[in-house]
Design a protein around this ligand. Structure first.
Ligand code: FES
Length: 87
C-alpha cells in the first residue's frame, strides 16, 4: 500500500526501514523524503511506523529469532485522502 504518493513510498518500505533501525518519522523523512511535499502522509506514516515498531519489539522479546512481519491491519484511507486539485 502506498503511504506517500508524492514520493511513492509504501508501507513495506517503512517496515523494512524499521527493521533496519528507523524509529521515528524524522528518520523516515530523512531516508525517503516522506512528508516533504504535501505532508498528507505524515499521520499514516506514523501509524505504520508505530505498528512496525511494536511488532519488531514483540518479535525480539518472544524468541530472539527474526520473524516475518505481517501487519495485522493497515490504516484505512478515505477516498478523499488524496484528492487532486481541480483546475
Ligand atoms: S503524500 Fe507524502 S509528501 Fe505528499
Amino acid at each position: 500500500m502506498y503511504v506517500c504518493l508524492c514520493k511513492g513510498i509504501t508501507d513495506k518500505q517503512i517496515v523494512q526501514a524499521v527493521e533496519n533501525g528507523a524509529a521515528s518519522v524524522r528518520e523516515l523523512r530523512k531516508q525517503f523524503g516522506l512528508g516533504n511535499q504535501c505532508g498528507k502522509c505524515t499521520c499514516m506514516a506514523r501509524g505504520v511506523l508505530n505498528e512496525a515498531l511494536q511488532s519488531t519489539a514483540s518479535c525480539q522479546k518472544s524468541s530472539g529469532k527474526p520473524e516475518i512481519f505481517i501487519p495485522s491491519s493497515t490504516p484505512s484511507v478515505s477516498p478523499s485522502y488524496f484528492t487532486l486539485p481541480s483546475n
